[in-house]
Design a protein around this ligand. Sequence first.
Ligand SMILES: [Zn+2]
Length: 74
Amino acid sequence: MDEIKLKPCPFCGRMPKVRRSAIGGCGAWVEVRCKPLFRREHLAVQHGAALMERAFDMAVEDWNRRAEKWKKSN
Ligand SMILES: [Zn+2]
């Protein structure tokens, strides 16, 4: 399976942090976000799904879509 490439943060160009959490045997939660220390976060997306892989894919896709959209509108 091809791994989806995560785009860098459209605000600062850094790679966002990915946090994966399992939800007590019934699902997974993935958060992708860029938050500089002591500053407001630049961009953040969260997705939950039954499978970690699926939650991860959705979060990455969503992040990439928002990063692109932000670039186009600026
Ligand atoms: Zn950023």
